[in-house]
Design a protein around this ligand. Structure first.
Ligand SMILES: NC(=O)C1=CN([C@@H]2O[C@H](COP(=O)(O)OP(=O)(O)OC[C@H]3O[C@@H](n4cnc5c(N)ncnc54)[C@H](OP(=O)(O)O)[C@@H]3O)[C@@H](O)[C@H]2O)C=CC1
Ligand SMILES: O=C(O)C1=N[C@H](C(=O)O)C[C@H](O)C1
Length: 271
């Protein structure tokens, strides 16, 4: 049996997928098993990405790839960085064929995640969904949880490139959720507010925390969590300058998911 974990990358030609293809190819204990996307079907994924031949042709059918993976004697992992509209069915498909999903795609609803967790439970299959695979964001969220002990007022600003399909970012939603889980009543009203332009005060997320989304060319992925109290503002900020920052987290999830028997949500639970 090979010591390398076979990995299917779905969305292999995307901004994240191409980094995952390279990371999986370079890591000593993982190997690229298949690459799935919607373009260049049949062409060598390495040639298309300009990194030299990898002897892995692009497939347009995740199902065909999963059928082949189901015949393998060792566990196969699927890494999905596609689109909010595709990811739910991709994860269902992977689990149905005994392929372990590692999901970075954001935009899944709370109900969809709960449904996938139930599906993984029934199949006794591991799965990892993490809206952010960078260690810096895990640390930012932990610092925010600590700061919440001392601040009652907090808002989140997330800033991304303008090719992003979903808003707010999955990371901002998760950050608000993690703060809301503390059970503290954030942002008690000070005055009666009127929004003269709809959306001016952002979106209401978990825990009465507002999220403001910025989309501009030139940005990659950035988030601020801003706390305020009388006479002081405390700002936590994370900036992404290269999508390589997500790769150690993705590789960690690939290595761990094959030993799990349920769905895990959040990179912090794997550290
Ligand atoms: N968890 C994390 O750490 C991170 C998560 N993300 C999330 O990852 C997702 C992808 O982001 P990004 O790489 O920037 O997006 P891109 O649009 O650059 O890449 C997505 C790729 O998936 C392809 N695709 C879309 N639908 C399917 C499908 N049904 N089957 C196969 N391939 C498909 C797209 O093809 P086409 O071009 O034809 O649409 C494209 O090649 C987003 O949800 C984003 O929020 C991003 C960064 C980090
Ligand atoms: O689309 C992106 O780029 C990113 N998406 C994820 C999210 O929605 O949180 C993670 C990171 O912010 C980059």
């Amino acid at each position: 049996m090979s010591m390398q974990i076979p990995v299917i990358v779905v969305g292999a030609l995307g901004k994240m997928g191409r980094e995952v293809v390279k990371a999986v190819q370079h890591a000593p204990d993982t190997q690229l098993y298949a690459a799935v996307d919607r373009h260049h079907i049949g062409e060598d994924v390495g040639e298309v990405l300009g990194v030299g031949a990898l002897e892995v042709p692009l497939s347009g059918s995740l199902q065909e790839v999963c059928v082949a993976a189901a015949q393998e004697k060792q566990p196969v992992v699927m890494v999905d960085f596609t689109h909010p509209q595709a990811v739910y069915e991709n994860v269902r498909m992977a689990i149905a064929y005994g392929v372990y999903p590692v999901v970075g795609t954001t935009g899944l609803s709370h109900d969809q995640i709960a449904d996938l967790a139930e599906f993984a439970d029934k199949a006794e299959m591991g799965a990892v969904i993490a809206p952010n695979f960078s260690i810096g964001m895990v640390l930012l969220q932990e610092a925010a949880i600590r700061a919440s002990q001392y601040f009652d007022h907090v808002e989140i600003i997330e800033l991304h490139h303008n090719q992003k399909a979903d808003a707010p970012s999955g990371t901002a939603v998760q950050t608000a959720q993690r703060l809301a889980e503390l059970g503290k009543p954030f942002n008690p009203a000070q005055v009666e507010e009127t929004e003269h332009l709809a959306g001016a005060r952002g979106a209401h997320a978990s825990g009465n925390i507002r999220i403001h989304s910025v989309r501009l060319p030139g940005l990659i992925a950035h988030q601020e969590v801003i706390f305020g109290s009388a006479g002081q503002v405390y700002t936590l900020r994370h900036d992404t300058s290269d999508r390589q920052c997500y790769m150690p987290g993705v590789l960690l999830a690939i290595r761990k998911v094959i030993h799990l028997k349920r769905l895990i949500y959040g990179l912090e639970k794997l550290l």
